[in-house]
Ligand binder design. Structure first.
Ligand SMILES: Cc1cc2nc3c(=O)[nH]c(=O)nc-3n(C[C@H](O)[C@H](O)[C@H](O)COP(=O)(O)OP(=O)(O)OC[C@H]3O[C@@H](n4cnc5c(N)ncnc54)[C@H](O)[C@@H]3O)c2cc1C
Length: 389
């Protein structure tokens, strides 16, 4: 007797991915892998199109920052890259680091190597409408309209898709302002940046972060608490006088820190100076056929140090659940059951990082003691960067 196999939920479906960032690309790569290795052929296979807003990597604010992929139990981005056979390739494109991987600032080779499921990578912005039959109508900025069965919104923390479909989920100021810049190319990265990177508690309300951005340049960031967000000043948008003003402010704030900070500050590339507000957004559960992943679902501030790993895991797990589940709502529920608690924990941890990093007086000493105990417990022995206080 012939058995009629149930049609797979992805069979013949048209999937649009909004955003070729780390989450959107991981989703595409993982889905392709799952489709190749699935125990029965999904016929006809789904058709996947990814739309990316930017046409190059040289967009303002895109260059010269580091991205760490973590392997701790909450984050697990490294393990996912390993499952996707991408880890060695990414390590080869990365800077040295004692504990985490720090990417070069040029992601282009990785994107070119790994785009098999991507039918089209076009530079368009999107306008979205959810239709009554469950499909999603996507209007691109050139007026072209396209219907899809599934829209994966991976368009980052300022998600246009989210603003159109779920405007109630807004970014929230996480009460910290950062002055960020990177150095011009140096002959040699100053110690300890040649081997590691990290954060320093100023103990006077200032939190410092330094990291290499490639083999010859590094970034520095000094942050402070604020009740209200400041006017953001992206890199490349300020006049020379404004940059001087921001740098004078930064110099005061960086005063307590000793080498390599004075060297990094002296070598600052003026066009890279920026002032940013830390913003985040607690996750929400997905419904319908527009599914949000990565920062679009749970925006993380840089203080989490975890947003990239979260986006990698989200992309992988959504692809996995779409392959395994019997229907779309079961897939979405299974995905949310994993991603919502994970990202909630990561965002709460980032709030603790903000409180700890900017602590002063007795609180600073208590946090340092706590960190030392944690380091001792895990057998971790970091080389401290001293400050002058
Ligand atoms: C300065 C800084 C430092 C950071 N450092 C770290 C770190 O060390 N470790 C870490 O884990 N995380 C870090 N993060 C956070 C990390 O970058 C994000 O959490 C992560 O990139 C989120 O991935 P995503 O794929 O969700 O979104 P994104 O990486 O933001 O990708 C979204 C993509 O969608 C595209 N897009 C946006 N709108 C549209 C549209 N309308 N149509 C089509 N495409 C669109 C964007 O161009 C982009 O390519 C840092 C962030 C910043 C700003």
């Amino acid at each position: 007797m012939d058995t009629i196999q149930e049609k797979h939920i992805l069979s013949g479906k048209h999937i649009i991915v909004a955003g070729a960032g780390i989450g959107g690309l991981t989703f595409c790569i993982a889905l392709q892998r799952f489709l190749e290795n699935h125990n029965r052929e999904i016929n006809p296979p789904p058709n996947i199109v990814i739309y990316e807003r930017e046409e190059s990597m040289d967009v303002i604010g895109r260059q010269g920052y580091s991205l760490s992929i973590r392997s701790d139990p909450l984050s697990g981005g490294v393990q996912i890259l390993q499952k996707l056979d991408l880890l060695n390739e990414i390590l080869a494109e990365s800077n040295p680091g004692t504990h985490f991987t720090v990417f070069k600032n040029d992601f282009t080779p990785l994107i070119e190597f790994r785009s098999p499921p991507v039918e089209d990578l076009s530079q368009l912005t999107l306008c979205i409408a959810q239709l009554e039959d469950g499909k999603v109508l996507v209007t691109l900025s050139d007026g072209h309209q396209e219907q899809c069965d599934l829209l994966v919104a991976a368009d980052g923390s300022n998600s246009k898709v989210r603003r159109e479909l779920l405007p109630q989920h807004e970014l929230r100021f996480a009460c910290a302002v950062s002055i960020v810049a990177r150095t011009r190319p140096l002959n040699k990265l100053p110690q300890p940046l040649d081997t590691t990177w990290g954060s320093v508690l100023g103990g006077n309300g200032h939190f410092l972060f330094i990291a290499p951005t490639d083999q010859t340049s590094a970034l520095w960031s000094v942050s402070y608490l604020s009740d209200t967000p400041c006017k953001p000043k992206p890199a490349g948008t300020m006049s020379d006088a404004e940059i001087e003003q921001v740098l004078a402010d930064a110099e005061q704030r960086l005063r307590p820190f000793c080498e390599p900070i004075p060297t990094l500050f002296k070598e600052t590339l003026h066009s890279s100076v920026a002032v940013t507000n830390a913003k985040d957004m607690m996750p929400f559960r997905n419904h319908g056929s527009a599914i949000f992943i990565g920062n679009a679902q749970h925006a993380m501030s840089p203080f989490s140090g975890n947003g990239a790993s979260m986006a990698v895991i989200d992309g992988y797990q959504l692809a996995e659940q779409l392959i395994l589940a019997k229907n779309l709502s079961a897939a979405i529920q299974a995905y949310d059951d994993l991603s919502v608690p994970r990202s909630t924990t990561a965002i709460k941890m980032s709030h603790r990082n903000i409180a700890m990093g900017h602590s002063q007086g007795i609180w600073k000493h208590l946090w340092v003691l706590t960190l030392k105990l944690i380091a001792w417990y895990f057998g971790f022995n970091p080389k401290p960067v001293e400050n002058r206080t």
